[in-house]
Design a protein around this ligand. Structure first.
Ligand code: ADP
Ligand code: 5GP
Length: 188
């Protein structure tokens, strides 16, 4: 049976950056493509970054019990992990990697206590988080403020995760993550 590696973090902590490195280094890890009711951003591909659904399509999948978990992560915008993603990836003999919000991450861990490793990516401090969000250049001032406000609440979830990776020096954080994930995957 395959394993489940869960990544959650406040927006801007560097989760996507670490996950990308990990996927390159560990070829038997495969990204679980979530469904979302938000619209596609420039540069994103349907079926690769997300399965982009209308609000109605998303609701239909909820009604048909197709989600392992789902959340209204931002007001009016839903994200969810499809049960079919896990079977699709496990069937290929790969381990599943999730990039989900803190509530979704702990929800998956609760359903798979032994097979799942829940990792929280922590920014070194709030100032750095704000700098990274501004530096990334993908969000408006309002959106950045919304993410920073939410970060305080998200940080309170960190102790509930199996592992906390402090992403200060990126290279060190990536190395540490690779070591931990490799160890967990090779454990019977
Ligand atoms: P998240 O997925 O958690 O929202 P990103 O991976 O998009 O965060 O990272 C936010 C920004 O911070 C990006 O511009 C990224 O290049 C940068 N970043 C990530 N990790 C570090 C680090 N350790 N040091 C400096 N900048 C970083
Ligand atoms: P974004 O819109 O920036 O891609 O993602 C917004 C947030 O939604 C991120 O915190 C991301 O981790 C979270 N997210 C993405 N997919 C899922 C999912 O399937 N379930 C949950 N609960 N959150 C998700």
């Amino acid at each position: 049976m395959g394993k489940l590696i869960i990544f959650s973090a406040p927006s801007g902590a560097g989760k996507t950056t670490i996950v990308k490195h990990l996927l390159q280094k560990l070829p038997n890890l495969e990204f679980s493509v979530s469904a979302t009711s938000r619209t596609l951003r420039q540069g994103e591909t349907d079926g690769k970054d997300y399965y982009f659904l209308s609000a109605e399509e998303f609701k239909e999948k909820i009604d048909h019990n197709e989600f392992l978990e789902w959340e209204e992560v931002y007001s009016g915008v839903c994200y969810g992990t499809l049960k079919s993603e896990i079977s699709r990836i496990w069937k290929k003999g790969n381990h599943v990697l999730f990039d989900v919000d803190v509530v979704g991450g702990l929800n998956i861990k609760k359903q798979y206590p032994d097979e799942a490793l829940a990792i929280f990516v922590m920014p070194p401090n709030s100032e750095t988080l704000a700098e990274r969000l501004c530096g990334r250049g993908t969000d408006s001032k309002e959106s950045i403020q919304k993410r920073l406000d939410k970060a305080e609440w998200e940080l309170t979830f960190a102790p509930k995760f199996d592992i906390i990776i402090v992403n200060d020096d990126l290279e060190k954080a990536v190395e540490e993550t690779i070591d931990i994930v490799t160890g967990f995957i090779s454990k019977q």
